[in-house]
Design a protein around this ligand. Structure first.
Ligand code: GDP
Length: 455
């Protein structure tokens, strides 16, 4: 395999930049451009050691930078190959210049994710572990990081592997019994057969479900703040975002555009849009806002419906309330402007989750955060939460699950064991695709093409 190199740190000014080289000629290429101070030779450096020295252009003899070289010797490196890393001053020009020197001295430019792909091809990582590397990099909160770390440590692989093992054992028994009926083998016991299949289904169902929780953590929750004009939607949004964003005015109906921003609430991220109210109106521009608001309400995952608690609910409030209730979305009622004192008449919320706040003073905001968190993080409380990293993994698990359910159905209805065998066999091959034990080159290419260069 060729020797490749890439700048592994972002191409931006910073304290350090790291250029990574991996492959058979990694150390000789490094030796051509890097000379340790004090006369030591790169070729003599042991694995896991580093040297301080100088990067020079071997052709002109010109010094480029002072740098550190770290050496990893095969197979004890990330990729499993000889690897060298040059840490230089973090300038875009310096990093590119050193990269060019390496390209002129026996290295090729690494593709996206090439280092991790080599680690996978050299058996250092399973495919799920490799994918978790990407997930760790993109983690934006403790829960996603923890899940990615567990997967990176191989826990997802072991879980899938143990499901697979139970099915492989079952297939062995089925095959023996079907192929050698004359041998006096014990028949595959019906209860045990159904038990194994149904346990595998339960375990896979759990993993597939975790994907949705994972999506909430990774991508944030699409949230719409709805309410009639002037109840304090923009003020609430600004409060959640921590700064002034939409124009807050006293004239009803001023927030006509849908504004989108991201607010962090503990582990969760809300993708907020502060929308116009949805009242009937003759104003053309406002009508446009209303239809946009309805569309957003249809597509979102969480609706925060805001009411002004200092006044009794009017028809417009009631219209909104019944509209958002009809949408089958997670819904939080916010009774705003508590600082003005409550209206005489308590609104009837028919048991909907609600919080009282003052968006102006911030009172009640932490209760609001807690209420939202309890709607979304119930599934993520499991300390062993394992989240599929991507659609690919989830899709494989779903296909396996579908076949296993069919196999279970066939077994329960007393169909021939051949059908059970074929379906179970297919499920096993899907699980092996998930872990990368049995995966086509095209899938591998696809997985690593999503990585960044230098990883
Ligand atoms: P929107 O039309 O629903 O976006 O409402 P705004 O956020 O623009 O607020 C309308 C008016 O109500 C502004 O004058 C705000 O300052 C005021 N307002 C918003 N929230 C509160 C609150 O909690 N208490 C009080 N007293 N006034 C508020």
């Amino acid at each position: 395999m060729s020797t490749v190199c890439a700048v592994s740190t972002p191409l931006a000014e910073g304290g350090l930049a790291v250029i990574r080289i991996s492959g058979e000629n990694a150390l000789s290429a490094a030796a051509r451009v890097f000379t340790p101070f004090g006369g030591k030779k790169v070729a003599d450096m042991e694995g896991y050691t580093c040297a301080y020295g100088r990067v020079t252009d071997p052709e002109s003899g010109e010094t480029v930078d002072d740098a550190m070289l770290t050496v990893f010797r095969a197979p004890r490196s990330y990729t499993g190959e000889d690897t060298a890393e040059i840490s230089c001053h973090g300038g875009v020009y310096i990093a590119r210049r050193i990269l060019r020197l390496l390209l002129a001295n026996g290295c090729e430019q690494a593709d996206r994710g090439e280092f991790t792909k080599r680690a996978f091809l050299n058996g250092k990582l399973s495919l799920t572990q490799a994918e978790a590397v990407m997930d760790m990099i993109s983690a934006r909160g403790e829960l996603t990081l923890r899940s990615a770390r567990l997967t990176r440590e191989g826990r997802l692989f072991s879980r899938i592997d143990s499901i697979k093992q139970s099915l492989v054992t079952l297939l062995g028994e089925l095959a023996a019994w079907v192929d050698y009926p004359e041998e006096d083998l014990p028949a595959v016991e019906h209860t045990a057969l159904c038990g194994t299949l149904s346990a595998a289904c339960t375990e896979l169902e759990k993993l597939v479900r975790s994907y949705d929780s994972g999506m909430v953590l990774r991508r944030g929750i699409d949230t719409v703040i709805a309410g009639k004009p002037n109840v304090g939607k923009s003020t609430l949004m600004n409060m959640l975002l921590g700064y002034e964003r939409s124009i807050v005015t006293d004239t009803a109906g001023t927030t006509r555009d849908v504004i989108e921003e991201t607010a962090r609430l503990g582990e969760l991220e809300l993708r907020l849009s502060d929308t116009a109210g949805i009242r009937q109106t003759d104003d053309k521009v406002e009508q446009l806002g209303v239809s946009l608001a309805k569309k957003r309400l249809d597509e979102c995952a969480l609706i925060i419906a805001v009411f002004d608690t200092s006044e009794p609910l009017d028809d417009e409030d009631r219209e909104l309330l019944s509209y958002v209730r009809s949408l089958d979305k997670r819904l939080l009622i916010v009774l705003n402007k508590t600082d003005l004192g409550a209206a005489e008449e308590e609104p009837d919320l028919e048991g909907l989750p609600s919080v009282r706040i003052s968006a102006r003073s911030g009172e009640g905001i932490s209760e609001l955060e807690k209420a939202v968190a309890s709607m979304f993080t119930a599934d993520t409380a499991d300390p062993d939460l394992m989240i599929f990293a991507n659609e690919r993994q989830k899709h494989c698990a779903e296909l396996a699950l579908e076949r296993l359910r069919e196999a279970l159905g066939a077994a329960m209805s007393g169909e021939t064991l051949d059908a059970v065998t074929v379906l179970t066999d297919y499920a096993v091959s899907q699980l092996m695709e998930l872990t990368g034990e049995n995966v086509s080159e095209a899938v591998v290419e696809e997985v690593f093409s999503k990585f960044c260069v230098g990883k």
